[in-house]
Write a protein that binds this ligand. Structure first.
Ligand code: NCD
Length: 329
């Protein structure tokens, strides 16, 4: 695949779904992200996005996605506009989503948004003239998180996950967690031989369409509600929190309480049941699903590596979308 195709894949594009990328595009983005590290650490300075403005419009809670997107843009010399709090936007005065997006679109060159419902980032992209990056739409997708998670797996695994068999256990609320809804399709694109262990109580299992997508792409899928069975064969474990705010009723929340303790990972369990170099990952925020005794293990990647990679990946993505790669040769 030539550079022009990759350029068309990113330049001026909305980033709405993990399914929009090709393997070649992912690999180019990941190798570019590596080049961003020195800038992110201020060893090298750049003004490559000087004069550009990113709109950072988060209408739902966020720590990492919002702040890493903003840090990424500013590390490249760009500036950011944002709401102090969406409660101070005119949406509370009854302004429609459509009018709000049309307005903020004219203030910026690219926007990252998080909204409440699946599909709303795509709707914003239809309204906005500038590229829209989906920072998480309800229980829909979270494509930039999948980019940073896949990049982390690729750089931290002791073998080439794109070519060799790679087994990932995804554990927790797989029904509503948007990060896993993006990660599964992205890994099927990136890897020749990825296998999935979906570990969840039945009522929170992975949506059928994603199970089918993985199987249709030739990826073995195992469903289990037993943590130890799920993590045993895994090269990487990806834990997610219960999306309590999206559970349908108190009955579901009670059902979760009944099984939550059985889906918590701790250090003795990893040492006894996992492969020696297993990667332990989590998009964060965590509740109780990873005990703090795991944090200091060398293969626990969630508190440092994934977080740092979130900035690098978002920097690379901004450069690609705004078509500034050639400034780095
Ligand atoms: C997640 C999100 O908001 O989807 N976190 C993140 O963006 N790093 C995970 C979650 O809320 O469970």
């Amino acid at each position: 695949m030539n550079q022009q195709v990759i350029d068309r894949e990113f330049r001026g594009q909305d980033i709405l779904s993990a399914q929009q990328f090709s393997r070649q595009g992912l690999l180019e983005l990941f190798s570019f992200a590596e080049r961003m590290r020195k800038i992110a650490r201020r060893e090298v300075r750049t003004q490559v996005l000087g004069g550009y403005v990113m709109g950072s419009f988060f209408f739902k809670e966020s720590t990492r996605t919002r702040l890493s997107s903003e840090a990424a843009f500013q590390r490249l010399g760009g500036s950011v506009i944002t709401f102090i709090d969406p409660k101070f936007s005119s949406i509370v005065k009854g302004e429609t989503f459509e009018d709000t997006i049309a307005t903020v679109d004219s203030y910026c060159d690219i926007m990252t948004i998080r909204f409440e419902h699946a599909g709303q980032a795509a709707l914003a992209a239809q309204i906005a003239e500038h590229p829209v990056v989906n920072g998480g739409d309800g229980s829909g997708e979270h494509p930039t998180q999948a980019l940073l998670d896949s990049y982390t797996f690729k750089e931290a695994a002791p073998f080439d996950i794109t070519r060799e068999p790679f087994t990932v256990a995804l554990v927790g609320d797989l029904r509503e967690g948007r990060t896993v809804h993006s990660l599964v399709p992205m890994l099927t694109t990136l890897c020749d031989q990825v296998a999935f262990q979906f570990v969840a109580p039945d009522f929170l299992q992975m949506p059928l369409e994603l199970i089918n997508l993985a199987r249709d792409r030739g990826c073995p899928v195992t469903l289990t509600d037993k943590l130890i069975d799920g993590i045993g064969p895994a090269d990487a474990v990806y834990m997610v929190r219960p999306q309590l705010e999206r559970m349908r009723n108190d009955e579901e929340r009670d059902q979760w309480k009944g099984v939550a303790d059985r889906l918590c990972l701790n250090r003795p369990m990893i040492e006894e049941h996992c492969k020696p170099n297993v990667l332990i990952t989590h998009p964060l925020p965590r509740n109780k699903e990873i005990a703090t005794d795991v944090d200091q293990m060398p293969n626990a990647l969630y508190l440092k590596r994934q977080i740092e990679n979130g900035v690098l990946i978002r920097m690379a993505l901004d450069v690609f979308i705004l078509g500034k790669q050639e400034k780095f040769v």
